[in-house]
Write a protein that binds this ligand. Structure first.
Ligand SMILES: [Zn+2]
Length: 273
């Protein structure tokens, strides 16, 4: 395919490429959102790679399935993903399904277990549903997701600048993260600092006074010495990745200096072009 001279370069594979698909900075499995990237910033091949290899495996981990179910977060097609549980005392693997009217139904995962489940519910005076405890998805996947969000946030800020050159590559200091996120280049794990900031179901007042739950929020933060952090909060859990250095030390030091306040709520380190 012949490309024009100044056809934009994909920020991840650095190849000239056309874009047909919409790329969301924050994957839609963490709540529908309008934050799509300008066309040409991420090519369709990279977009598809992130969807299949990073976003889907994270979204389908029990931790996020349970979080999405408990907070009724709809996925891409407006559906809430079911969660897997085990019914006791029948030991039947079940699925909990959320319906549009707010109700929840339960069914055996395998049709052959349906009768055993129904009989157990009818004959036992009490029962219990237990779910797999999965504290957080693997750090290796989280690091790549955070890196993707960070690079896309930075690149979309650039696009807002009038004299932006669409064929510009990421600066040298961010190349290791680009290769790690897109091609799995070393290190094996780009560590993420994780902590809870507020309960998942906490309500915050909006401008018009109506309380609202915050599903996700994110921003970039500069740290003295040339470090750049991507700070993401999903349902009250903060994930921070140092985009310039595969370590959490810089952020730990930052927290000590700023009394533990998240860069999301601090004016220090605000990212401006
Ligand atoms: Zn690409």
């Amino acid at each position: 395919m012949k490309m024009s001279y100044n056809h934009p370069l994909c920020v991840f594979c650095e190849q000239h490429s056309e874009t047909v698909r919409e790329e969301h900075v924050m994957p839609e499995c963490f709540g529908a959102n309008p934050h799509t990237l300008p066309s040409g910033l991420v090519c369709d091949r990279c977009n598809q790679y992130f969807g299949n290899k990073i976003e889907k495996p994270i979204a389908e981990r029990p931790y996020f399935l349970q979080q999405r179910f408990a907070n009724r977060i709809e996925g891409k097609k407006g559906k809430i993903a079911p969660v897997t549980t085990l019914h006791l005392p029948s030991c039947v693997p079940c699925e909990l399904i959320a319906h549009a009217d707010g109700s929840v139904s339960i069914g055996a995962r395998a049709e052959r277990d349906e009768l055993r489940l129904v009989q157990s519910i009818r004959t036992q005076s009490s029962g219990m549903l237990v779910a797999v405890a999965d504290p957080q998805p693997p750090m290796a996947l989280l690091g790549r997701l955070l890196g993707k969000i960070g690079i896309e946030t930075l690149a979309s800020c650039w696009r807002g600048v009038a004299e932006f050159d669409a064929t510009q590559k990421l600066p040298e200091g961010l190349q290791p993260l680009r290769r790690h996120v897109r091609f799995g280049a070393s290190p094996e794990v780009w560590p993420v600092h994780i902590r809870r900031l507020y309960p998942a179901n906490q309500l915050f007042p909006t401008v018009d006074g109506t309380p609202e739950q915050v599903i996700h929020e994110w921003d970039l933060a500069y740290v003295e010495g040339g470090f750049l952090l991507i700070v993401v909060c999903i349902l009250g859990v903060e994930y921070v990745l140092d985009m310039t250095n595969p370590s959490t030390e810089v952020y730990e030091e930052w927290l000590k200096r700023h009394g533990g306040v998240s860069p999301l709520y601090s004016q220090v380190g605000r990212f401006e072009l």
